[in-house]
Design a binder for this molecule. Structure first.
Ligand SMILES: [Zn+2]
Length: 573
């Protein structure tokens, strides 16, 4: 039972093992002979049996025999990332790293030159020519984990033996798990959370597709697909059930949307997670929001001196309303939390009413609205005012009633923070007028309107000067970007620090329209928005876009990021 069954592959592998210092030739031969004929994984079998002392030498010898180029530590560029060239499920199943170093033709890194299935997959997947290159297994596994952000080992453990299970049968009923399997699912769920936290994700989406299960993280506002191991779909129900149990939801109810919260404890830290399940034709999808993850403090907002001084003077006011405006997801509540954190001292009593409570603040009384028991913004605010706090935060001024109570609060000596859903600072005034608030009430209660957007911050480790031809002078002039600052424009590159995206974190760009006596007159006279905007600028408001250009010139963000979130100066909505 030794060399009789050994074909050419076994001979090549035996020779490579010997070249790599394998002393136990009979054990090598036996390991290879034990593999079923034609089975893949001979390379894995030898390495798993620890029969190869010097891995790089083994692969160098193997490469020479099969006439493939070999590199012990090939370059794996982040741009384009392997993830963007080959989807996770193919890369992880076949353990192939697709790279395009220095814009060279496509190169596929493998450690198993005998894996015919992988070769077949590559032929079917890529329309362009590619070359194979051999690299050590340890290198490829680490690079895969790095590129795909996957706890690959855990997936393997979970799906092994389930690959052939009938997915439809598993999908029908709640999967009953064995004890040890239950524990494995729990650790799998923890891995999804800890990976999300490591990647600074704010949301996790678990979405069943027709033939797959997709997991996506939202990082710095962009969705990134992560970790789709082969066959993870068979775990779909177990995974969703586990999450529902953690949130005390009804695991048997799969036809109606449900929502709840998970108090997650991970590595000694507590996280507040909001969960929502949505039934879809392919099964239940789950959205998880990690609350309070994006934390901006006043100095960390990266405000310039002018803006910071304006905001500090607003926060020093004893009463009045300060409104932060912007579309959904522009970080309005993060900014309000920043303000409250600045004001949160022993002498001040701060009470909030929010939907939901996104961040818990020490020493602050926070109330979540519950419309089902008639605890609305208006009802909550009314009872808050009876307790006579110094500072009040109202999550949103959604309706006339809430807004009127807030104004009354401001006029009776409270400092009130809230948000409005409008495009720019001056738009906040029109919005309140449209709600039916009397102009003199706005003029006498509101101290300032802030508008803000979030832009991604360039990764400091890899940002680089923009090629001179990228932004022609004329184009910059048309945008209102000062052309003499052209030389300071930077662009994203992508590196290990930023997982190849070129960006790391976000920052706010803010405009502040202060309600001065002149502005009060314009509001009372119901002046057109354009006149109010001109007045605001004359009185020192730096429009968001212009503020954004200063951040571009400082190398902190890009032209494209600013364009994407701000309108040109002329457009007023
Ligand atoms: Zn980077």
């Amino acid at each position: 039972m030794t060399h009789a069954a050994a074909g050419p592959i076994s001979q090549i592998l035996s020779a490579a093992s010997a070249a790599a210092g394998a002393e136990d030739a009979p054990a090598v031969a036996q390991t290879l002979a034990d593999l079923p004929p034609g089975s893949p994984g001979a390379v894995d079998a030898l390495l798993d049996a620890s029969l190869v002392p010097d891995e790089p030498a083994f692969f160098a010898a193997l490469a020479a025999s099969v006439q493939l180029p070999f590199d012990p530590t090939p370059a794996v560029p982040h741009d384009p990332s392997p993830r963007s060239i080959l989807p996770a499920r193919l890369a992880l199943r076949h353990r192939i790293l697709a790279t395009r170093p220095d814009l060279a033709p496509l190169t596929l890194l493998t450690y198993d030159p005998f894996d015919l299935e992988a070769r077949q997959m590559a032929g079917q997947t890529f329309d362009e020519p590619f070359t194979w290159k051999l690299a050590p297994r340890s290198f490829i596994m680490e690079a895969l984990r790095d590129s795909y952000g996957v706890g690959a080992a855990r997936f393997d453990e979970l799906v092994s033996g389930k690959a052939d299970a009938e997915p439809d049968a598993l999908r029908q009923e709640v999967t009953v798990l064995e004890d040890n399997e239950e524990a494995t699912i729990m650790s799998f769920v923890n891995q999804i959370f800890s990976e999300a936290i490591r990647e600074r994700a704010t949301d996790i989406h678990i979405e069943p597709l027709e033939n797959d299960l997709r997991i996506r993280y939202r990082v710095d506002g962009s969705l990134n697909e992560v970790a789709v191991p082969p066959n993870v779909r068979v775990l779909q129900n177990a995974l969703v059930s586990r999450l529902k149990i953690m949130a005390h939801l009804d695991i048997a109810e799969r036809r109606l949307p449900q929502d709840g919260r998970i108090n997650l404890e991970l590595d000694g830290r507590r996280y507040d997670v909001r969960i929502a399940t949505i039934p879809s034709v392919n099964g239940e999808s789950v959205s998880l929001r990690l609350l309070g993850r994006e934390r901006l403090d006043l100095s960390g907002l990266g405000m310039d001196d002018h803006l910071e001084a304006r905001i500090r003077s607003l926060l020093a006011l004893p009463n009045g309303i300060i409104l932060v405006t912007g579309p959904t997801g522009c970080g309005k509540s993060s900014t309000l939390y920043t303000f409250l954190r600045e004001l949160n001292t022993r002498e001040r009593r701060i009470v909030t009413i929010e939907d939901p409570v996104e961040n818990k603040l020490d020493g602050v009384v926070q109330i979540a609205v519950k419309p089902e028991i008639n605890l609305t913004f208006a009802a909550g605010l009314r009872s808050i005012l009876r307790g006579d706090p110094n500072v009040i935060m109202v999550g949103e001024m959604r309706d006339l009633e809430t807004t009127e109570i807030a104004i009354r609060g401001a006029l009776t000596g409270h400092l009130v923070f809230s948000t409005l859903h409008t495009n720019d600072a001056v738009g906040g005034i029109s919005r309140l007028l449209d709600m039916g608030i009397e102009p003199f009430l706005i003029a006498s209660s509101v101290r300032a309107f802030l508008a803000q957007r979030l832009v991604r911050r360039l990764c400091p480790a890899c940002r680089q000067p923009a090629p001179p031809e990228l932004y022609p002078r004329q184009y910059l002039e048309s945008l209102g970007f000062p052309p003499d600052r052209k030389g300071s424009i930077l662009v994203p590159a992508g590196c290990r620090d930023c997982r190849g995206t070129g960006y790391r974190g976000r920052m706010a760009i803010i405009e502040v329209c202060a309600i001065t006596p002149e502005m009060q007159d314009l509001i009372t006279a119901r002046a057109p928005a354009s006149a109010m905007r001109a007045k605001a600028i004359a009185e020192g408001m730096i429009p968001m876009r212009e503020y954004g250009w200063a951040k571009v010139a400082a190398g902190e963000t890009t032209i494209d990021e600013v364009i994407a979130v701000t309108a040109a100066g002329e457009q007023i909505t």
